[in-house]
Design a protein around this ligand. Structure first.
Ligand code: SF4
Length: 152
């Protein structure tokens, strides 16, 4: 099992701190991708237009492509954390024939409360930023919503 984090350079400090915590918990390196070309680099390439749900260049350039480069030509099974109670989410999945995608939470019928229980039982708990925002990625992400407590 290998772990990676495709950072954009536009995360809040709390997100990066939680990756460090996860790394300590797992006792194994979480490889950081995108250490050279960050969000600002691709923003300039796109004439300073922010990404949107229709023009999602951020996910393609900062998540999908770095992962495909990291995987190379190896036969890879990729595990994606989409839950069973998120039927609307399909994820941005690779079309490379060497990459097989599994959705373990969905396959096992695990919903939000189950994930919160797993995190609490592990001792990691929920990241603090989920007290007020719905996503862990970029601070300006167009998918996030303001929250009032336990939703995510
Ligand atoms: S967190 Fe939002 S803005 Fe950042 S890469 Fe993901 S979809 Fe794009």
């Amino acid at each position: 099992m290998e772990y990676f984090f495709a950072g954009t350079g536009a995360e809040l400090p709390g997100t990066l701190q939680f990756i460090d915590l996860m790394e300590d918990y797992l006792g194994k390196e979480i490889v950081r991708l995108n250490t050279v070309r960050d969000f600002d680099f691709y923003m300039k390439l796109h004439n300073n237009y922010l990404p949107s749900a229709q023009q999602r260049w951020c996910t393609i350039n900062l998540k999908l492509k770095p992962f495909e480069d990291f995987a190379g030509n190896d036969e890879v099974v990729q595990y994606v954390g989409i839950r069973a109670d998120e039927p609307e989410r399909a994820g941005y999945l690779s079309s490379k024939s060497t990459i097989t995608t599994r959705l373990p939470f969905r396959e096992d019928g695990l919903a939000k409360e189950d994930i919160i229980n797993i995190l609490n039982k592990s001792g990691l708990g929920m990241p603090k930023y989920y007290e007020w925002r719905s996503r862990s990625g970029c601070y300006f992400c167009f998918f996030q919503r303001k929250l009032n407590g336990s939703d995510f």
